[in-house]
Write a protein that binds this ligand. Structure first.
Ligand code: FAD
Length: 627
């Protein structure tokens, strides 16, 4: 049948990672009937893969830490392009969200005196990441799921039905948002196993769909991350900001080829691991940029002392923000000092006793043994950059997560939203971001509903249109192969919109993406609707494509290098460009439109948290004068 099964909800949360689950809990606590939808099995979201930890200035490992230090680190990491209000809320609320998780049943690793332990990570001045070994995301997801189950048990006791007020639809893909005028009216999608069509009618939708990594071949992201939420938002009239900023994590596996891109957690460096080139040199000392010079050690001796005496020594340069380390590795490999498989060496084996490595980094030990036959307690790993995280995303109101643009009733939280991390995210700041802004989005979606005078309606015409689009690849007798298209798209993005960018290549990328767009419009797949991966990919492709167009277009427009956007032809950061957000929208013909918008100015009391000499490295004279 082509008639979708209808479901009625107050709030539909698309995505069952940390952001989605936290939003759903909050909406349900506010009394709203809530649906949680996920493409994969419940519990399989990206969040579960997070290894290192969640950053929160609890001050357990160093009592000097507080929200102001965390705020400063986040702004520095993002090179001051962050939405300051989001960075402020995040730094202030993260500790509370972590403690709250323990009330849901989480159990983080402990310090000797029984407090939540905190570990070092790149760009964080003090040890700040709450963690559970190197499997933190698993604990986060497990706990949030447990909380949802406990709410369902309460509902069962009250109503006789577990699903009365919160229900999970797993292996379900949303392909379109439904609108009533400029208000959200629901979401349309399909069950991946049966291929049955589904219509969720709801006045409020929270996007929590995560990232876009699958547009690149070498990525730490899994198959689901095709930028669906970004594209759904665009098509519904919302805007995306700063899509040029992608984080290439410095350490992905580079060998064997079948696992290229899989993440090697930053905790390896946080716990003492060092990077060396083929000459055995710890090359990161050569790559400390001026803006960070004061905070990083100049000699190996000082760097090594820091692990035991952080108050009197400066941090090792291996712990610079990720963009710096990724670029440094890229340069070493390019200069012919790379490892045999085209990366560099990451060594923990000569830095910690084997039993400590196994205790602190159990997953890494297992991962290298299983996938590469490398024993990390005895030999170095080979690592290189991998596409990991998108800083750009849905432009939102910082306090509520409500999407900007022409649409109402749409909220976004977690990786799919933009602004919080500026041009580069610090490790550990995502897990805390999910909790802080997931909660806020759920709360504000519920409040939006309370203030709504009437329930928006889904129109039959829109449902018919969404149905036609969803079934089109199956209806075509022949056409383009989705797998070929994905490979072609990945080649364009990896080769021309990768870690180092140039004008000519970016223009070329846009031309090629345009050709791919025409081909995506004719994609065809054989078989039926029952679990048909080719069909699923065919539908994901148009999302990957439009998001990639935003990235390429913004990357061409931004004539500077900052965080996750490096232009070989404009190698410096520009204080003028720091004032600019690049905003993507779709015009009526579905073409990507780019606009410049001013970055909101920081409030004076936040301004005062920095020394003027530091601000002078980022801001224009005019901004410094205005203060
Ligand atoms: P996700 O957890 O990515 O979940 C997205 C959800 O949306 C999924 O349920 C997916 O199925 C669903 N979805 C997507 N599209 C659709 C659709 N069309 N219809 C229905 N459902 C859909 N960050 C840290 O802070 N610390 C770390 O230590 C850390 N380690 C990491 C390690 C790895 C290997 C990776 C890949 C990332 C790591 N990150 C880390 C980043 C962090 O894990 C992610 O940014 C974060 O988990 C994103 O959470 P989210 O809730 O926004 O989305």
């Amino acid at each position: 049948t082509t008639t979708p099964t209808r479901h009625l909800y107050d709030v539909v949360v698309i995505g069952a990672g940390g952001a989605g689950l936290r939003a759903a809990i909050e909406a349900r606590l506010a009394g709203k009937k809530t649906a949680i939808i996920s493409k994969s099995l419940f519990g399989k979201a990206h969040t579960v893969m997070a290894e290192g930890g969640a950053a929160a200035a609890m001050g357990n490992a160093n009592s000097r830490d507080n929200w102001m230090v965390h705020f400063r680190d986040t702004m520095r990491g993002g090179k001051f392009l962050n939405n300051f209000r989001m960075a402020e809320l995040h730094a202030k609320e993260a500790p509370e969200r972590i403690w709250e998780l323990e009330t849901y049943g989480a159990l983080f690793d402990r310090t000797k005196d029984g407090k939540i332990s905190q570990r070092n990570f790149g760009g964080h001045e003090y040890p700040r990441l709450a963690h559970v070994g190197d499997r933190t995301g698993l604990e986060l997801i497990r706990t949030l799921q447990q909380k949802i189950v406990s709410l369902q048990q309460e509902d069962f006791a009250a109503t006789g039905s577990y699903d009365a007020r919160i229900r999970v639809f797993q292996e379900t893909t949303i392909t379109e948002l439904m609108l009533d005028g400029d208000r959200v009216a629901g979401a349309f999608g399909y069950d991946r196993e049966s291929g049955d069509l589904l219509l969720f009618e709801a006045p409020a939708v929270v996007l929590a769909t995560g990232g876009v990594g699958r547009s690149y071949k070498v990525t730490s992201n899994s198959w689901e991350y095709t930028g669906d939420g970004h594209a759904l938002a665009l098509r519904a009239g919302a805007t995306l900001i700063n899509m040029e900023f992608l984080q290439f994590h410095p350490t992905g596996m580079v060998w064997p080829p079948s696992v290229k891109g899989i993440l090697v957690t930053e905790s390896v460096r946080g716990d003492g691991g060092v990077l060396r080139n083929s000459e055995g040199k710890r090359f990161m000392f050569e790559y400390v940029p001026d803006v960070f010079r004061k905070q990083y050690a100049e000699t190996e001796e000082e760097a090594d002392r820091w692990y035991t005496d952080p108050d009197d020594n400066r941090r090792p340069p291996e712990l610079l923000p990720r963009d710096e380390v990724a670029r440094a590795i890229n340069s070493e490999v390019k200069a012919g000092r790379g490892s045999p498989a085209g990366g560099v060496f990451l060594d923990i084996s000569t830095r910690l006793p084997a039993e400590q490595i196994i205790r602190r980094l159990p997953s890494m030990h297992h991962q290298f043994k299983e996938l590469a036959d490398v024993d990390i307690t005895k030999e170095p790993m080979e690592v290189g950059p991998t596409c990991h995280y998108v800083m750009g995303g849905v432009e939102v109101d910082p306090d509520s997560g409500a999407a900007f643009g022409s649409v109402q009733g749409l909220f976004a939280a977690g990786e799919v939203s933009g602004g919080m991390h500026g041009s580069n995210r610090l490790g550990g700041n995502s897990l805390s971001d999910l909790l802080v802004f997931g909660k806020r989005a759920g709360e504000h979606a519920a409040a939006y509903l309370d203030a709504l005078p009437s329930r928006p309606k889904v129109s039959r015409v829109d449902v018919a249109a969404a149905t036609e689009v969803a079934l089109a690849p199956l209806a075509r007798a022949d056409g383009e192969n989705p797998y070929t298209l994905q490979q072609d798209l990945q080649a364009v993005m990896g080769d021309l919109v990768g870690i180092i960018r140039r004008e000519g290549e970016l223009s070329d990328a846009l031309k090629r993406l345009h050709e791919i767009r025409l081909r995506v419009a004719t994609v065809a797949v054989g078989g039926g609707r029952r679990y048909n991966p080719g069909w699923h990919l065919a539908l994901d492709l148009r999302n990957m494509l439009v998001v990639s167009e935003c990235t390429a277009k913004a990357a061409l427009e931004r004539e500077e290098s900052r965080g996750g956007h490096t232009r070989e032809d404009f190698p410096k950061m520009s204080p003028q460009w720091r004032r600019v957000n690049l905003v993507c929208s779709l015009d009526e013909g579905g073409q990507v439109h780019l606009e410049r918008k001013p970055v909101p100015a920081m409030r004076p009391e936040l301004f005062d948290l920095f020394e003027r000499s530091e601000l002078a490295k980022y801001l224009t004279d005019e901004e410094l004068g205005e203060e």
